[in-house]
Ligand binder design. Sequence first.
Ligand SMILES: [Fe+2]
Length: 381
Amino acid sequence: MWLRERCTSPASVQTATHQPLHQPCDFPPDLSIKRADLHEAASYASGSNKFLTVTFCDGHTSIFDAAVLDAEVDDFASYGIQQTDIKWPKLRCWDKSTGSDFFHTSYAAIMSGDPQKLLDLTSHLLADGHALVRGVPSRDMEVAAFARVVSGFPGGQVVRPTNWGPVFNVRSFPDAALKDLAYTADALPPHVDNPYRNPNPGFQLLHVLENECSSGESLAVDGFFAAEQLRAESPELFDMLRSTDVRWENDGGDRSTALVHWAPMLEVNQSSGVLTQVRYSPKSGGYCPALSMEEANLFYQARRRFSQLLNAEESTVRFQMVKGDLWIFNNLRVLHGRSSFNPQEGFRYLQGAYIDVDAVTSTYFRSKYKAQKMISDCDTA
Ligand SMILES: [Fe+2]
């Protein structure tokens, strides 16, 4: 069945889209292989030249590119089946020593219309989890306008609204009447935003409209790096944070509503084990359910260690954001925070917005295909 569901012959799929035509119950429960042969031929898709021809017991014959099957077996999360040339950029986890010099680009480069520039930015967003764009005009709502550029979905409103509306304002006082620890001059330890939302907002864009303060350094922590450290130290503790749905809460900033979500601190692709999400924000709870004493002890041990790893100076990349900077980071992976600042020094005003992770993935593939087409058009010309 594993091979058969990958068959892309006209009897199995719609040829234009490679979308399967059959229901799982259409296949015999004892489907088996009558004959399989490996043979050589030219391959456009993978560059390899080994093909596997399989004849099934119901008489159907499929031909597979052996290298494509191999690649998928090795890395299930990264390969497409309906489109075999789909490949995500490989994840690069980082700490202070390897991640301090992270990717930055300019507003002018992104707005130039060159798909390679947008491809560079989105490649880094998917692989590293974050990037900095410099020279973004200091205009109210510019962050929402830029979010539309980074989102691959055409037209309409792309930002994910919150209680604060389409964008939120980070200053040293409450945003309108809505209160949060972020809207003070206090230090903010590393956290993800909105773990109490279902689903969680994906990428955050944070734009500095004004910063006259020399203090208030931003900080970034790769949650995947810390989670992998925990997994290497103790698979049991890692598994506790992966398998316990904890309770996240927020009152809307003014007790006008209740946003509650039950979800684990770590999420992985259940098939490949690859990390897909980190939730960590003490100010939003993460309350442990009433487990047995033994399980609860293990949970608190795991959370304590994970918290240590996330707050370690060796995990923390620090940088000063200046007026015109726009930091984009995957809120499902990269924790953010800041040191305290002195509001007497001057005005500090950031505006933020969220977009879905797959909006960025969509831009990655759109700009990749556009850039490839430009190269092939050039070659043809
Ligand atoms: Fe935050």
